[in-house]
Ligand binder design. Structure first.
Ligand SMILES: CC(C)(COP(=O)(O)OP(=O)(O)OC[C@H]1O[C@@H](n2cnc3c(N)ncnc32)[C@H](O)[C@@H]1OP(=O)(O)O)[C@@H](O)C(=O)NCCC(=O)NCCS
Length: 164
């Protein structure tokens, strides 16, 4: 598995990983599949702003198996040193260390950047994601009880914080 920065032509591969989670999993609170053009703009934003990198895991046959990225925590200016991070691995590639390799690459790219806090909102329960975030220095700071509803049921979100 090759870990590398995102490229404009990764839109279809990233959507192929992420859209099934949108449509079938509570792990993301998005509910509508992302179209290729929207994803291309998302990639351009990731490539244009050093605070918001994205990295992908690419198999030997060129398939995207997962990605990790940072985005704005909140668009208001005083929040600019805070970011949100997330990571999604296709089911067949989970549990093999790909998430950890992607986060290593993502946080390498954030080193030396003017970022002060990173946050991850993990929909409960998700022991693999909790383990991954704790390994990268995140600690649990709060849980918002039943803050979201998807597939007709409520889910709580555990917020994890990493200090730089
Ligand atoms: C959560 C996720 C990103 C983890 O990535 P991964 O490549 O599967 O995980 P890794 O193999 O790198 O393992 C990372 C850690 O999680 C642990 N882990 C992996 N699978 C686990 C499981 N099913 N239960 C408990 N812990 C697990 C590993 O032991 C490892 O812990 P360690 O660092 O203490 O050894 C991935 O499983 C995934 O994409 N899941 C679905 C989408 C999702 O939940 N994304 C996160 C949104 S916040």
């Amino acid at each position: 598995m090759n870990i590398r920065p995102v490229r404009p032509d990764d839109a279809a591969g990233i959507n192929a990983v992420y859209n099934p989670f949108i449509l079938g999993s509570p792990a993301t609170f998005e509910t509508a599949a992302i179209d290729p053009e929207t994803r291309r703009r998302w990639i351009e934003d990731r490539m244009a702003n050093p605070r918001w990198p994205a990295v992908v895991a690419e198999s030997q046959d060129g398939e995207i198996a997962g990605f990790a990225n940072a985005s704005a925590f909140d668009p208001r200016a005083a929040y600019e040193t805070s970011i949100k991070v997330s990571v999604f691995i296709a089911p067949q590639a989970q549990g093999m260390g790909v998430g950890a390799r992607l986060y290593s690459a993502l946080f390498d790219r954030l080193a030396g950047i003017d970022v002060h806090r990173a946050y991850a909102g993990i929909v409960a329960p998700n022991p693999a994601s909790v383990a991954l975030h704790q390994r990268f220095g995140f600690r649990h700071v709060s849980t918002l009880d039943e803050v979201g509803r998807k597939f007709g049921r409520f889910y709580s979100v555990m917020w994890f914080e990493k200090r730089f």
